[in-house]
Write a protein that binds this ligand. Sequence first.
Ligand code: GAL
Length: 440
Amino acid sequence: MVLTGVQRRPEFCFGAGTQYLGDMMLKLSKLATAVALVVAGSAAMAGEVEVLHWWTSGGEAKSVGELKKIMQGKGHTWKDFAVAGGGGDNAMTVLKSRVVSGNPPAAAQIKGPALQEWAAEGVLANLDATAKAEKWDELLPGVVADVMKYKGNYIAAPVNVHRVNWMWANKAVLDKAGVKSAPKSWPEFFKAADAVKKAGLVAVAHGGQNWQDFTTFESVVLGTGGAKFYQDALIKLDQKALTSATMTKSLETFRKIKGYTDAASPGRDWNLATAMVIKGDAAFQFMGDWAKGEFAAAGKVPGKDYICAAAPGTDKAYTFNVDSFAMFKLKDATAQKAQADLAASIMGTEFQEIFNLNKGSIPVRLKMDMAKFDDCAKLSAKDFVETAKIGGLLPSIAHGMAVKPAAEGAIKDAVSQFWNDDKITVAQGVKNIAKAAATK
Ligand code: GAL
């Protein structure tokens, strides 16, 4: 291929005179050496990257496919290590066993405070060289850069910003039920949900898995108590807040929502719940904006086919969930080069745009052109900035952003037990959650 281009160049065309022929031969041999060096160099530096992630739904798979294409375009081999299971609990279990057996993947989707725990184990690669060359310090919001660093060194490359406190609604279903607009408070929500039920449809599409219960729970706590209360209860894990009347109220609301879900919800995957809203079998879903990736993959348009609105009572706040990839220490130089290319690609403008258009999130890289993004993404980008100014920008506890994995897991289980077992009273549920929050 390369030589075809060279042959076409005019200086290499045969002309009169041996001197010319001699010069040409010399040039050709120099060029051949240069070409051989380049080819050998790139072959030597083309590595394999095994990437662990849990992006297996329609919208997610499309999104990660874009990263694969970019890496293949750079000559690397992509080894897909997808572990199904929304929220990533399964993926983390598999990751642990791979690392313990001394065979880590090149890169893995790890987020939030868990990054610090992995780094403390001494198994993560230092990404400072790439971060410096690509100016990550200038291109990332401070709140994100801090999470990506361990003792001042970059140990992960951030992918996106997901907003968790969304409520998705099917527009035609709301019209059918006579609901004029997205409910803004919990009382308004229950009125709308009653109207949907009356119209013979499922009001809330819910996937009964613990991380999905937890996702709904954090939006209910935020919508009930506000940003300051969320901060005290679910970030600081303050016992006073966790056992307060506001937490009681939150659990009452949370339980009430369950009455609007269908009998088939236990165990359902989140994207199947989203599909119920897409198809018009259900009115609402509480889920982060990876749900928008499903609407987009189904060709649905926000404002026309569906509505994205902040979960009731949460429009002045933003629970964020930043996906990121950490790289594991590998000895092989080509593998390290592939890791550096992966990290640089993730923060590059090409990936940040195409990935996030498909994923439903917004670019984590600052100063990106948002022209191609839809209204939900534009609202998310605006609210990310605005809520930060008023103390409403909060890490999502349900998505591994707010507290250490041990406490997160314990609270998640307590919340889920409460959701699943109506015999647990609200007072008992409050106690169980507060106790779980003390897990070290
Ligand atoms: C989240 C993750 C998102 C999305 C979701 C469902 O934890 O951050 O990117 O994929 O799980 O799988």
